[in-house]
Design a protein around this ligand. Structure first.
Ligand SMILES: [Zn+2]
Length: 386
């Protein structure tokens, strides 16, 4: 989008800039906002007055004065409305009711036995209805629903392909908007997870972050310059299908030797004969009890995780990589071999000031990030691009 001199657009951009400055920095005065944004004091005053009227900003008692009249302090009104963030996984649905700043008010979970779309949709609607009913009374009410799904999603919220659910071209956004008359944002689970980590987890203040979700497959959320990178059509981040074995095992995507065949739960199929269990929580329990086969399985997967990470690090030069998804619970056995491979194989300059961490939000990153996307959609995230 090329910015023109259109007054309404300029005002919208300035107002959004002020709102997000107040949201990110509690306890600002009008004068401080003017300094931080470079907008003149009259503009800040006018737009803050509008935000106060819209109840998105609240004014509190006097702050510290450097002499003269004490300034009034502004706060983002996170309780002006609520959003729902949901994650659809292969085995369960999880969801949170959050305020507009991502603070969790309620959390709920439902196991899924079947993956056919009609029954999953019914379960989603039941869960959403329950959470919306629990929302406290706020000025705007529930203003958005965000859903992270394990598959490719287009700009219209259509789930194009979710191989682990056997879904193709599912019009999820449209159907949920019809049912609830609330704006719905559908995104790939790794993109939502990356936003969750960037805003509420390990990624605060990070500009270049890769969130690698390892579970039933592998997907990555790519943050470049503080913004989610989605590619030309929204399909970026399918790193699980990056080839790491040129003549490796055939993959359902049509290629072979894909990363997720070796470093996600799909690796259990390759090692099935030797494994004592085929579900991650069960394998983690066995590994914790000292089962050698379970531990070795995670260690081998850790090495393969490291191989793929090396490719991503050399290609993207991130500051931070966060490992999330169901497998992040096996950190104890994955981490050592993974870090060793990265240390041995990554280009020397790329290793400097690089941190590889496991998610602090754990398996909650995706639903919290999905809720955040819904809140940002409501608040309007106008970006200046020239
Ligand atoms: Zn593949």
């Amino acid at each position: 989008m090329k910015v023109t001199g259109d007054q309404a657009l300029v005002k919208k951009i300035n107002k959004s800039l002020i709102l997000h400055t107040i949201r990110k920095h509690p306890e600002l005065s009008r004068a401080r906002i003017s300094e931080m944004t470079g907008l003149n004091k009259a503009t800040v005053s006018n737009l803050v007055a509008e935000l106060l009227e819209e109840q998105l900003v609240l004014e509190a008692g006097p702050g510290e004065s450097s002499g003269g009249r004490k300034p009034l302090i502004l706060h983002f009104n996170a309780m002006a409305g609520c959003v729902v963030g949901m994650e659809l996984r292969v085995k369960h649905l999880t969801a949170v009711l959050c305020n507009l700043n991502g603070a969790v008010l309620y959390e709920t979970e439902l196991p899924l036995d079947q993956h056919d779309f009609p029954s999953v949709l019914e379960n989603m609607k039941t869960m959403l209805t329950g959470l919306i009913a629990m929302a406290p009374t706020t000025h705007y009410g529930v203003v958005g629903i965000g859903v992270g799904v394990p598959g490719m999603v287009d700009e219209d919220g259509v789930v194009l392909f979710a191989p682990n659910l056997s879904w193709e071209k599912v019009h999820l956004r449209e159907l949920l908007e019809e049912s609830f008359s609330i704006p719905v944002i559908i995104d790939n689970e790794a993109n939502s997870g990356a936003l969750g980590e960037l805003n509420f987890g390990r990624g605060e203040d990070v500009r270049h972050l890769l969130y690698v979700s390892a579970g039933s497959g592998i997907g990555s959320g790519i943050i470049i310059g503080g913004e989610l990178y989605k590619g030309s059509r929204g399909y970026a981040g399918e790193t699980g299908h990056m080839c790491i074995e040129a003549e490796g095992t055939p993959c359902s995507c049509g290629s072979r030797g894909c990363w997720e065949l070796y470093a996600s739960e799909k690796a259990y199929d390759l090692a099935a004969m030797e494994l004592p269990a085929y579900h991650t929580p069960e394998l983690i329990r066995l590994a914790a009890d000292g089962n050698a086969a379970a531990r070795q399985q995670f260690e081998v997967m850790g090495s393969y995780l490291g191989i793929g990470l090396t490719n991503l690090i050399n290609g993207f030069n991130p500051e931070l990589i966060v490992i999330g998804g169901a497998l992040s619970d096996a950190r104890k056995w994955l981490e050592g071999p993974m870090q060793q491979v990265v240390a041995e194989r990554t280009l020397p300059y790329h290793k400097q000031q690089l941190e590889i961490a496991f998610s602090t939000l754990g398996s909650r990153a995706t639903m919290i990030g999905a809720g955040f996307s819904a809140a940002m959609h409501f608040l309007g995230h106008t970006r200046v691009m020239v």
